[in-house]
Design a protein. Structure first.
Lengths: 717, 83
C-alpha cells in the first residue's frame, strides 16, 4: 500500500523556530504494535511482547528521519485512555500535562490497530483534543483486511483532520511514509472531537487562567486528575477543591458522559470509513485454538507440560555446552600453570579465570530459560496463563496478572518486579512485589546446579525422567508455594486502597517473531554476564586475596603449626601441604570473617567456609559458586578439577565427606528462601517508593530461610 | 452469595449469558468500574456475546465491538442487559 495523500492543513502555518531535536511520542493501546514501530524507527534492540502492558517504562531512542534531521522518539506505555488506571499509564499524563517536561513531545504518533479501530480511536480523539500535533499510524492494515475490515484511508484522514499512515510495524511497511509525515511540522486540529458541555466552560476558563493552559480539554483533564498531577502545590490543590465544589463538578459522571460522547462521534466517523465484509462467519482461529489451550483439563495439562519441559530442558540440553565450558576453563588453567609460575599466575588462574568460568558456565541455562519465556510472551500464550490462573491467584490475594511477574521472577526478580507495574490495584501489586523474590531466579540456578550435582545422583527413571531435574523442579515448586502462601499471609495484613480489575483485551495468537526471541536471549545473557558477571569476577578476586593473605604473622605461624602437627602425625608430603593450606586459610582474613559468624549458622549445618559464601552472596546469589570454588581450590593441590570434584573430596574433621545430603539440601533451602540480592532490594525500593518494603522483605525472607534450612538439616541428618 | 443472586434476579447481566449467547448492553451498574468498561467499548446499546469461560468458570471472555475482552464474573455482573 502506498501513501500519496498529504493533508491540506499541513501546509497551513509553520512555526518560526524549529526545535533543536524534535521530540516525538509514541502512544497507543496495548497490542497496537507500538513497540514494534518504536523498534522500526529507532533500531534499538528492545523487546516486543504480545501481552498487554509489556512496555512498562517509557523508552527513548533516536530516529534519522532524513539525512539531516534526527528526532527523539519516546515510547510510552500502552493505554486505553488518558484517564490512568495504573502507575504506568500515569507516566503518560505526567508527561503530556507538563509542557516544561524535558520529554514534552512536539508531535504525538498514535498507533491504532486497524482491525479494532473503534476502541483505538478513543485515545486518539482525547490526544487530538489536547491540541497536540497528532499523526495516526494505522497499524496491522493487512490483518484487518484478511478479517474483512476495509478502511478508506483518505476518508478517515479527512474525517480526523490529521495524517493517517497505513502500515505494518512488524514488517516495517509504511515506516518510510510515516517518517516523511513526521518531518512536517504539524498543526493541531481545529475542531475538537468532544464538545465540552457549555456549563463547564466558566469553570474551565478559571483553570486555564490560573495554570495558563492553551486548551479547554487540558483544563478538563486537570479538573479530573489534579489530585495525581505532578507539580501541583497544596495551594493549587485547595484552590481546585474549592472551585470544583463551588461549580458542583462530578468527575465520574463527566468522564462517563465524555467516553460515551466520544464513542458516538467515532461511530459517526467510521460509518463512512470502515466497511466490514466478513469473509467467513466461522470462528476466529484464535478462538478455536483457545478451546484447546484454555480447556478445563487440556489447558492445565498443556501449561504444566510446558513448565515441565522448560525445567527438563534447562538441565538436559544445557549440560552439553556447560561441560564444554567447564573443560575449556580447566584446560586453560592447567596450560597456564604448567608454563608459568609466580603469585600473579595464581591470581590469574585461581582468581580471575576461575571466576570467569563460574560465570560463563551458566549462560546456556539462562539462554534456554529466556527463549521459553520470550516465546510464551510473543505468542500471546502468557495472557491465557493469566486467564486460567486468575481464579486461583485471587484466592491468595494475587491477581491473574501476578502470574507474569511470578513466572518472570523465575528468570530474575528485578525485571519481574518492574513488570508488576501493570497490576493496577495497589494491594495486589504490593503483594506481588513482596513475594516475587521467593520464586527461584536464574541467579539461584548456579547454586542449585552445583549442590544438586553434589548430593543428588544422576539417575534416570523410565529412561527419561532425570532425578536431578526432578529435584530442581521441586525447588522451583517450593519457591512458588512459599510465594503464594506468603501472599495469603499478606492478604490478611494489608488493607486495600482501590479495587482490583481484570478488564483487559484478550490478544489474538501471533506467531512469535524469532528476532525478538533472539534479542531477548541476547539481552538477558548480556545482563547476566556484564551486570552479575562483573560482581562475580570482582568478588572472586577479592576473596582470593582475602583468602591468600592474613593479618600480621598469622600466615607464618599457621604454617609452622601445621608442619609441627604433620611431623607428629607422620604425614606424607601431599597431606602436609594440604594441612598447611587449610591452616593458612583458617588464619586468613576470609577465615576470620567466616569464623566470626560460624556460631550463628552452625545449627544449619554450615561451617565458616560456607559462612563466607553466604555473606558474599548478598551481592548476588550466584557469587556462591565463585566463592566456594575459590575457597576450596586454595586448600588443594589440584586446580584443574571441576567445582563438583573439589567439593566431593572435601572432608570434615572425621575424614567423612563434608557435603552430606543434609548439608546440601539445607543450603539449597537457604538459598531458595533468603533475600540475598542487593539489586532486588534496590528495585523494590524504587517500585514501592519506600524503604519499608525492601527492609520488610529482607527480614521476612532471611528469617524464613533460617528456619526452613534448620528444619531441612535436621530432617535429613 | 445467595443474597446477591436474589437481588440481581430482576435484570439479566452479562454474567447470566450462556456460551455463545448475545445481549445488548443496557447500563453499567458500578459507576467507577463503568468508566473502565466504557473505555473498553462497553457502551450502552452495544451488543456483547459470551465467548468463553476460563477452565474454573471465572474469568470469562466476551466479544464486544469485534474484539475479545476478558473480565471477571463479578465485573460482568455489573454490565446489565436489555430485556
Amino acid at each position: 500500500m502506498t501513501v500519496t495523500t498529504q493533508p491540506e492543513i499541513v501546509q497551513a502555518e509553520r512555526p518560526q523556530i524549529a526545535p533543536a531535536v524534535a521530540k516525538i511520542a509514541l502512544i497507543g493501546n496495548p497490542n497496537s504494535g507500538k513497540t514494534s514501530l518504536f523498534n522500526q524507527l529507532t533500531g534499538l534492540n528492545q523487546k516486543v511482547g504480545n501481552f498487554p502492558g509489556v512496555t512498562v517504562d517509557k523508552k527513548t531512542g533516536y530516529s534519522q528521519l532524513t539525512s539531516s534531521f534526527r528526532a527523539q522518539i519516546i515510547d510510552l506505555p500502552g493505554t486505553y485512555s488518558l484517564y490512568p488506571k495504573s502507575l504506568d499509564e500515569r507516566v503518560i499524563t505526567d508527561l503530556l500535562y507538563d509542557p516544561n517536561s524535558s520529554l514534552f513531545p512536539d508531535l504525538v504518533v498514535v498507533t491504532a490497530d486497524a482491525s479494532n479501530l473503534k476502541r483505538n480511536l478513543l485515545l486518539f480523539t482525547q490526544l487530538a483534543d489536547l491540541k497536540l500535533p497528532v499523526v495516526l499510524a494505522l497499524n496491522m492494515v493487512d490483518v484487518a483486511e484478511q478479517e474483512g475490515v476495509k478502511i478508506d484511508v483518505p476518508a478517515l484522514q479527512r474525517e480526523l483532520g490529521v495524517p493517517v499512515i497505513p502500515m505494518n510495524a512488524r514488517k516495517g511497511v509504511g515506516v518510510a511514509a510515516l517518517k516523511i509525515v513526521m518531518m512536517q511540522e504539524l498543526q493541531a486540529t481545529k475542531a475538537p472531537f468532544f464538545q465540552i458541555p457549555a456549563d463547564l466552560k466558566p469553570m474551565l476558563q478559571q483553570v486555564k487562567d490560573r495554570f495558563q493552559l492553551s486548551s479547554d480539554y487540558l483544563a478538563l483533564q486537570y479538573a479530573h486528575q489534579y489530585r495525581h498531577l505532578k507539580g501541583f502545590s497544596v495551594q493549587d490543590m485547595a484552590w481546585m477543591d474549592k472551585l470544583l465544589e463551588d461549580t458542583e463538578f462530578r468527575s465520574v459522571t463527566q468522564q462517563a458522559n465524555e467516553t460515551v460522547a466520544r464513542y458516538a462521534r467515532i461511530n459517526d466517523i467510521l460509518l463512512d470509513v470502515v466497511r466490514v465484509e466478513r469473509v467467513n462467519k466461522s470462528e476466529k482461529f484464535s478462538n478455536r485454538l483457545d478451546q484447546i489451550l484454555t480447556h478445563k483439563i487440556f489447558g492445565y495439562l498443556i501449561f504444566f507440560t510446558i513448565l515441565f519441559l522448560i525445567f527438563q530442558a534447562i538441565f538436559a540440553w544445557a549440560s552439553y555446552p556447560m561441560d564444554l565450558i567447564d573443560e575449556g576453563v580447566a584446560g586453560l588453567n592447567g596450560l597456564i600453570q604448567d608454563n608459568f609460575d609466580g603469585p600473579l599466575v595464581d591470581l590469574l588462574t585461581e582468581g580471575v579465570i576461575a571466576g570467569l568460568g563460574g560465570v560463563l558456565v551458566f549462560v546456556p541455562q539462562i539462554a534456554i530459560l529466556f527463549a521459553f519465556i520470550a516465546i510464551l510472551e510473543e505468542t500471546g500464550y502468557m495472557a491465557r496463563v493469566t486467564f486460567m490462573m486468575d481464579k486461583i491467584m485471587r484466592k491468595f490475594g494475587l491477581n491473574g496478572k501476578s502470574v507474569v511477574p511470578l513466572i518472570s521472577g523465575v528468570a530474575c526478580a528485578v525485571p519481574a518486579i518492574m513488570s508488576a507495574r501493570t497490576i493496577e490495584n495497589w494491594k495486589d501489586r504490593m503483594i506481588t512485589i513482596f513475594v516475587t523474590p521467593l520464586m527461584s531466579c536464574s541467579a539461584r540456578i548456579p547454586v542449585y546446579a552445583v549442590l544438586i550435582a553434589l548430593v543428588v545422583p544422576e539417575k534416570y527413571y523410565f529412561g527419561f525422567l532425570n532425578l536431578q531435574g526432578i529435584v530442581l523442579m521441586a525447588l522451583y515448586l517450593m519457591g512458588f508455594l512459599a510465594a503464594i502462601f506468603s501472599a495469603l499471609l499478606l492478604k490478611t495484613v494489608l488493607k486495600a486502597r482501590e479495587r482490583s480489575y481484570f478488564i483487559m483485551e484478550f490478544p489474538v495468537y501471533k506467531w512469535p517473531r524469532w528476532k525478538n526471541v533472539g534479542i531477548t536471549i541476547v539481552e538477558k545473557v548480556k545482563a547476566f554476564l556484564f551486570e552479575a558477571g562483573k560482581i562475580i569476577v570482582a568478588i572472586s578476586i577479592i576473596l582470593w586475596v582475602l583468602a591468600s593473605y592474613g593479618p600480621g604473622d598469622n600466615f607464618e605461624e599457621a604454617r609452622e603449626l601445621a608442619l609441627a602437627e604433620a611431623q607428629a602425625k607422620n604425614l606424607n608430603e601431599v597431606q602436609t601441604e594440604n594441612k598447611i593450606a587449610s591452616y593458612q586459610l583458617e588464619s586468613s582474613y576470609a577465615g576470620i570473617v567466616g569464623r566470626t559468624i560460624e556460631p550463628v549458622i552452625r545449627p544449619l549445618g554450615y561451617d565458616w567456609k560456607i559462612g563466607i559464601a553466604l555473606l558474599t552472596s548478598f551481592a548476588a546469589r550466584e557469587v556462591f559458586v565463585g566463592t566456594i570454588s575459590t575457597i576450596y581450590s586454595i586448600g588443594e593441590e589440584e586446580n584443574v578439577s571441576t567445582i563438583k570434584n573439589k567439593l566431593l573430596s572435601e572432608t570434615d574433621a572425621n575424614g567423612d565427606p563434608f557435603f552430606t545430603p543434609a548439608r546440601g539440601f539445607s543450603l539449597m533451602v537457604f538459598y531458595l528462601f533468603a533475600m540475598q540480592c542487593i539489586s532486588t532490594l534496590a528495585i523494590v525500593r524504587r517500585e514501592t517508593n519506600s524503604w519499608t518494603w525492601p527492609l520488610a522483605q529482607l527480614l521476612y525472607m532471611s528469617s524464613l530461610a533460617y528456619v526452613m534450612a534448620f528444619i531441612t538439616y535436621h530432617v535429613f541428618s | 452469595m445467595q443474597k446477591k443472586v436474589s437481588e440481581q434476579k430482576s435484570q439479566k447481566s452479562v454474567r447470566d449469558l450462556k456460551l455463545g449467547e448475545s445481549g445488548v448492553i443496557c447500563c453499567l451498574q458500578d459507576p467507577e468500574m463503568g468508566l473502565k468498561l466504557l473505555e473498553m467499548g462497553c457502551i450502552p446499546g452495544t451488543e456483547v456475546k459470551l465467548n468463553s469461560r476460563a477452565p474454573l468458570g471465572d474469568p470469562i471472555t466476551i466479544i464486544v465491538n469485534d474484539y475479545t475482552l476478558s473480565l471477571r464474573l463479578d465485573e460482568a455482573e455489573t454490565i446489565l442487559l436489555k430485556q
